[in-house]
Design a protein around this ligand. Sequence first.
Ligand code: SAM
Length: 200
Amino acid sequence: MAPRHLLLSLVFSAVLVASVRALETAVQSPQASLRTPDVIFVPTPREVVDAMLTLAKVTDRDVVYDLGSGDGRIPIAAAKAYGARGIGIDIDPQRINEAKANAIAAGVTAKVTFLNQDLFTTDIHEATVVTMYLLPSLNLKVLPKLNAELKPGTRVVSHQFDMAGYPPERTVAVSGRNIYLWTIPIRPPQAGNSKILEVK
Ligand SMILES: C[S@@+](CC[C@H](N)C(=O)[O-])C[C@H]1O[C@@H](n2cnc3c(N)ncnc32)[C@H](O)[C@@H]1O
């Protein structure tokens, strides 16, 4: 091959390889997990979502953060049924994509935001209500962050899992599951703390 043709061929190959790599990066980046999720996606049933938002007394003045938001059903319900602003945080980009599509389908894109972030490093200070469906150990792990970042009076509702050593103010049973309510600051029990059990 003549030197000029060889040079052109090399340049063409280099450009081709660079283009393929750029395309791979563009395709892969939105799907790349930040790290392995701490818990897999298991959706909260609709009636339990509603009971959680009712337990927290959500109104249109609230900013509801769902830590580990899955398909976005809690922030979307908070926006659609209660007029609140909803923020969902999920470490799995696939869940974030689903949540955004669900928000479009529900017509609430102006009121909800979904962030592909690690819940342990996201700034949550503006929340007035926090919802969680994680694990007992994760609830305890996130507790210092809740107390440090959230304003006093912010309501925290957990589906299924409580926080050992930190009795909830209220426990409600719905569809065979418990949901738990605390108010910031969440402290260990003191004399006189009461626990109310209701069954719907
Ligand atoms: C049990 S699902 C709950 C989904 C939704 N909140 C609901 O109640 O339907 C837990 C979610 O947490 C997400 N997750 C796990 N570890 C996380 C982390 N460190 N930061 C953000 N999201 C996380 C998972 O991807 C999953 O979607």
